[in-house]
Design a protein around this ligand. Structure first.
Ligand SMILES: *[C@@H]1O[C@H](CO)[C@@H](O)[C@H](O)[C@H]1NC(C)=O
Ligand SMILES: *[C@@H]1O[C@H](CO)[C@@H](O)[C@H](O)[C@H]1NC(C)=O
Ligand SMILES: *[C@@H]1O[C@H](CO)[C@@H](O)[C@H](O)[C@H]1NC(C)=O
Length: 849
């Protein structure tokens, strides 16, 4: 027995220590002020229903192609091409499937070459519309790429399957890019089995064009990773985006640089020099870095945002995700945007010259005989002399800087890999850019770029495990993002305004898709709204926009009363003196700061323990009885999340011992608290006196019964009904040994040991507790510093101005919402407000216990 006691002691030490650590980390997080998604929707959360297409027979559904009418989604999978019907919202049905597997000889060859069996499949990596009736498809085909034409109508192979070298990688993990312009295929990939012959080529060329590729001489590309390609609106040039080794920086070993390269669609190659080779190839460096920081030098993905209607092609924007090659920056990423005008300017400027003997680049000194990247793309009939010049002058001297030389977004703790972008007009007529960024771990972040900086409106989990290959496709007209990964194809609605249940939540969200409609009292999509919509994407100023429209004098005076005094009794919590009380507070947003208030008194850290999850622990004493209000402050807007009235229990109602099911940190903490309390009062902690909530009329919610949260120390009324049940309950009062499950071993030993170890436990626990409290006190005093350090544009949620409107949000209990002035919106959520908690991601758990 003594041994087990000391073991449990050690355990407790560690867990309490971890508690402190977690708390510390939490505080530090606040200090660093990370770009945090305001709300999260994990897989299966009710607030955002994603439709998933997956099928056990079909794997690696990673290549996506959406038809122009956005009714069909073609999916390149493992050994198959699928046609999904996505014409109806929220539905993804497989209409047909085309099997395309390597033959058994191909598979044998692949294994013979020493490749893993799982990689010896036909992974479809090129899928592009050639014309209205045909799609061009290429697959890795067991490390021997093949391409074919697919009849869209019947989803069948039409015409010959032909070799795909130079159009599709051999290795399914190697990245490539391909686009079709006027029936011709432009590709960037590696053209050999080992993956060290990169090429940018044109295939399926139609006379007078001929197929073109890069000259084989050195220096055109240096071990590139292709990420994307795009055609300019004028259809004059194709741009390729990739990262490669920057040979011009020969003083740094293998420095990676990001590039944009161009070729002209009108290129026909040279006549003697550069025959069947590009004569218009040029490349330039893309920069994405902050001063005094290592550059984000590795481009991961890029998306073109077409120019606004009525503006020139030069206003086209490219949004790129960049990561860093250095491990100190791993796990971080940045978004930079580039203007087409700036890229064009760099291409029409000076070029570096390659010395073919030393393979060194230098800034050009010789006379300029041609401008390789000139706007006109006219080198068709150029002299051999000019073309020889082009061969050595294809790297632009200047680099392309991001717009305004600033990074659009820096994420210190998310590694983004794929991007989609959309421009959206808000109610005020202003355009905002919304980015959809897929993280390595499978969350889709919706980011709005405002003047104050980026704001992550929400994150939606789309797959469970990190995926090596994945793609995103945005359908603006359908309002969904398709995400293809090896777990299937997910269809994610880009907004769900009805998730925001109050004006404040709707405005605080700063979602450019949503606005609060005062007439229908709902958060709705801006395009189908009445004129009476409030929206504040820039500042999320709920304080000003969600005031109660017209107040009668009476209700106004009502409203001006300080919240603490005018508080309704709230939920009653009946306690015995010296019990540990836990009050819970739901979380409205990750950006909100929650705190507890009492009327006319401050919460001293000596008496109260505030947990990371917002809950409050304290010991019931005459001093601590009374009202408790949990207040959430976000962006200067204050709302009450819960109100409790803690009263001393008078009758000698029976008590039940809480069976503690899980060894959680909180449980241990709470036990510690209890033990401290009891010991200090000279009470024998044989039976830890804790009561469990017995639901009033016997309709104990099953969720409550199993919810670990609830099983933490909680004290409530045991009404008459439960008194009738006291017979049943009495069994609970038996010593723990008879009741407890195996998890309670340490508690049993703690409770049953009648040796001086008990005192030892108590003293140690008290020591640890006071350490915790001390640390927390210290951290608490540090916190204001952190807030001050954080720039307001980075953390709008942590505005120190907390004197917000006093709108009583209905999210706590009906009793609270009664507080609202009579003409105030009675929120829809009120109806369900006394239902069971809806989980971390759904609406707030409204049932404080
Ligand atoms: C939007 O949110 C509401 C409230 O959480 C939920 O009931 C509804 O299913 C959601 N809709 C979608 C399309 O996710
Ligand atoms: C579309 O392309 C395919 C393959 O090149 C060709 O056979 C077909 O005739 C084309 N269809 C049209 C309508 O041009
Ligand atoms: C294919 O899917 C499997 C899991 O389903 C995954 O392990 C593998 O990496 C994927 N391969 C490619 C090339 O994406």
């Amino acid at each position: 027995m003594p041994r087990s006691v000391s073991m449990s002691l050690a355990n407790m030490h560690i867990q309490c220590y971890f508690g402190v650590c977690l708390f510390l980390l939490g505080t530090l997080n606040l200090c660093l002020c990370h770009l945090t998604p305001r709300v999260s929707f994990p897989i299966g959360s009710p607030g955002r229903s994603i439709v998933l297409f997956s099928n056990t027979d079909i794997g690696n559904t990673t290549t996506l192609l959406l038809s122009d009418d956005e009714k069909s989604l073609f999916v390149g999978a493992r050994d198959a091409v699928l046609l999904l019907d996505v014409s109806q919202p929220g539905v993804m049905e497989m209409k047909s499937k085309l099997d395309w597997s390597p033959s058994s000889t191909d598979l044998d060859d692949c294994s013979m070459k020493g490749k893993k069996k799982v990689d010896c499949h036909n992974f479809i990596r090129v899928l592009r519309f050639l014309n209205n009736t045909h799609v061009y498809a290429c697959g890795t085909h067991a490390f021997s790429p093949f391409c074919t034409y697919i009849d869209v109508e019947r989803l069948s192979i039409s015409g010959k399957v032909h070799e795909g070298r130079g159009r599709c990688p051999y290795d399914p993990y190697q990245r490539n890019t391909a686009i079709v312009v006027d029936g011709e295929l432009y590709t960037g990939t590696v053209a050999d089995y080992r993956g060290n012959r990169p090429v940018i080529s044109r295939y399926l060329s139609q006379a007078p064009h001929t197929d073109l590729k890069l000259d084989d001489t050195l220096g055109w590309l240096e071990d590139p990773t292709f990420v994307s390609s795009t055609i300019l609106p004028s259809k004059e040039k194709v741009y390729f985006f990739f990262s490669e080794v920057g040979r011009e920086y020969d003083f740094i070993d293998k420095l990676i640089v990001s590039r944009v390269a161009q070729v002209c669609t009108s290129d026909v190659g040279g006549q003697r020099t550069l025959q069947r080779r590009w004569t218009t190839f040029a490349k330039a460096q893309l920069l994405c870095h902050h001063e005094n920081e290592l550059p984000y030098n590795v481009i991961q993905d890029v998306i073109a945002l077409p120019p606004e209607d009525g503006t020139s092609e030069d206003e086209m924007l490219f949004y790129g995700i960049f990561t860093s090659q250095w491990s100190v920056n791993s796990g971080r990423s940045a978004v930079c945007r580039f203007l087409l005008k700036d890229i064009k300017a760099v291409f029409s400027g000076n070029y570096k010259v390659l010395n073919r003997d030393t393979l060194r680049w230098s800034t050009r000194l010789q006379e300029k005989t041609a401008t390789p990247g000139q706007a006109s793309c006219g080198l068709h009939s150029a002299s051999d002399n000019t073309l020889r010049f082009v061969k050595d002058n294809f790297l632009a001297d200047q680099s392309v800087q991001p717009v305004g030389r600033v990074l659009s977004l820096v994420s210190p703790d998310h590694r983004y890999t794929n991007i989609a972008a959309q421009r959206i007009q808000t109610k005020s007529g202003r355009n905002y850019t919304v980015l959809f960024l897929l993280t390595e771990s499978g969350f889709l972040h919706k980011v709005v770029l405002s003047d104050k900086g980026p704001h992550i409106v929400e994150e939606v989990q789309v797959f469970r495990n990190p995926q090596p290959v994945k793609n995103v496709v945005l359908s603006v007209t359908k309002g969904v993002v398709f995400v293809g990964s090896s777990e299937g194809v997910a269809q994610v609605p880009v907004f769900n305004c009805s998730f925001y249940w109050s004006c404040a939540e709707c405005v605080l969200a700063r979602d450019p898709f949503c606005g609060w409609d005062h007439s229908s009292r709902a958060c709705i999509h801006v395009s189908n709204g009445s004129h009476n919509i409030v929206q504040d994407v820039e500042r999320g100023n709920a304080k000003d926009f969600c005031r109660v429209p017209a107040l009668t004098p009476k209700s106004r005076s009502n409203q001006q009363r300080p919240p603490a005094v005018s508080c309704p009794p709230g939920e009653h919590v009946y306690v015995l003196l010296n019990e540990v009380v836990k009050l819970q507070c739901p979380e409205a947003s990750h950006l909100a700061v929650r705190h507890w208030e009492r009327p006319n008194s401050r919460l001293s850290p000596d008496l109260y323990l505030l947990q990371d999850d917002g809950s409050l622990y304290f010991l019931a004493t005459p001093l601590t009885l009374g009202h408790y209000i949990c207040v959430s402050v976000e962006n200067g807007y204050q709302q009450t999340l819960a109100v409790y009235s803690v009263t001393q229990r008078t009758s000698t109602t029976p008590q039940a011992v809480v069976p503690l099911h899980k060894k959680s940190q909180a449980t241990t903490m709470q036990t510690a608290l209890t033990t401290v309390a009891l010991t200090s009062q000279g009470i024998q902690p044989e039976v830890v006196k804790t009561t469990v909530k017995i639901a009033g009329s016997g309709d104990t919610e099953p969720e409550l019964a199993t919810n670990e949260e609830v099983l933490r120390v909680t004290t409530t009324v045991l009404d008459e009904h439960s008194r009738q049940d006291s017979k049943n309950l009495s069994s609970f009062r038996q010593p723990r040994l008879t009741q407890a499950d195996s998890h309670d071993g340490e508690l049993q030993s703690l409770a049953n040991s009648r040796t001086y170890y008990r005192e030892l436990v108590a003293v140690t626990v008290m020591l640890v507790m006071s350490l915790c409290v001390l640390l927390m006190g210290a951290l608490y005093t540090l916190r204001p510093h952190c807030y001050r350090r954080a720039g307001p544009q980075v953390c709008p949620g942590q505005d120190s101005d907390v004197h917000g409107s006093q709108e009583r949000d209905p999210l706590s209990q009906p009793t609270v919402s009664v507080m609202k002035p009579s003409n105030q919106v009675q929120d829809k959520s009120l109806a369900g407000s006394n239902s069971t908690p809806r989980g971390s991601n759904g609406h707030l758990p409204n049932t404080p216990i």
